[in-house]
Design a protein around this ligand. Structure first.
Ligand code: FPP
Length: 258
């Protein structure tokens, strides 16, 4: 496909359209601290954080970035106070209801990654409806990790492959990286090229441990609710300055367009 400048309407001039990450993953950290600094309850940080996600998704759409994966709720987040967990569940519910039509209009395909079974029934059916409705969309793939844990994902993949060997669907030698990749929740998605984590923490926190093996990791002190278009621009600029080697010789995203 030939790309024209119209495809990248509003892409900042110092970013190379051919060297953008195809898939960006984000650990949205610092909502609580942002709220506390403003003298607000923690949940106000999540509400503001939701606006940031919406802006980032729109930005990916505008700039031609095909996939965005965000860590919205980890398997460990159930340990938070009940009121905060309930608030987050209600926020996901409200956002889906409010934003679904617009996402559909903008060609966004939404997918939820994680064990959705413990979530409230109403939210689960809303999620299933949103996934089914937006499945044909191709402009941006928006993955929301909810009740997601990377190690659990790998354990389930191992179990799945063991079943396949036991039932004779594949041989033991058939277990390779591609087979394991197909047994993950991210089946069919390319691995993230860029991971962004806000709030100064520098760890993966059980987020996509397999998929992030070769990903460029970008850490910023900004808190998630402050992570605006300018901050994303800066992260992309940093990404384009990196040399991606994948264990081989130096290749920069700009020279090679990946
Ligand atoms: C981490 O900040 C944030 C979360 C656990 C929740 C993220 C959820 C949203 C931004 C809501 C909307 C998202 C979608 C995709 C619908 P923290 O609370 O751990 O912050 P802290 O470290 O400062 O306490």
């Amino acid at each position: 496909m030939t790309l024209t400048s119209d495809d990248y309407f509003s892409l900042p001039a110092d970013l190379h359209p051919q060297a953008l990450p195809a898939h960006v993953a984000v650990i949205m950290d610092g909502n609580g601290r942002w709220a506390t600094r403003q003298g607000l309850p923690r949940v106000a940080g999540h509400r503001q954080g939701a606006k940031t996600v919406k802006d980032l998704l729109r930005c990916c759409n505008d700039w031609g970035i095909g996939a965005l994966t965000v860590y919205a709720f980890s398997t460990e987040n159930w340990r938070r106070p009940m009121e905060e967990v309930n608030f987050l569940m209600r926020l996901f519910d409200r956002l889906l209801r409010r934003e679904l039509a617009e996402m559909q209009q903008e060609g966004v395909r939404i997918q939820f990654l994680g064990d959705l079974s413990p979530l409230p029934e109403r939210l689960r059916s809303l999620m299933a409806e949103a996934m089914a409705l937006t499945r044909p969309n191709q402009r941006v793939q928006f993955n929301v990790a909810v009740n997601y844990g990377g190690r659990e994902e790998l354990v389930n993949a191992a179990r799945n492959l063991a079943h396949q060997v036991m039932s004779g669907t594949i041989s033991l030698d058939g277990i390779d990286e591609a087979a394991l990749g197909r047994a993950l929740l991210t089946e069919g998605l390319s691995d993230p090229d860029l991971l962004i984590r806000t709030s100064g923490e520098q760890r993966l926190s059980n987020f996509l441990p397999w998929q992030l093996a070769y990903t460029e990791l970008y850490f910023t002190d900004q808190l998630w609710p402050e992570f605006d278009r300018a901050a994303f621009h800066q992260a992309l600029h940093w990404y384009q300055s990196r040399q991606r080697r994948f264990g081989g010789l130096a290749r920069s995203p700009i020279a090679h367009g990946f």
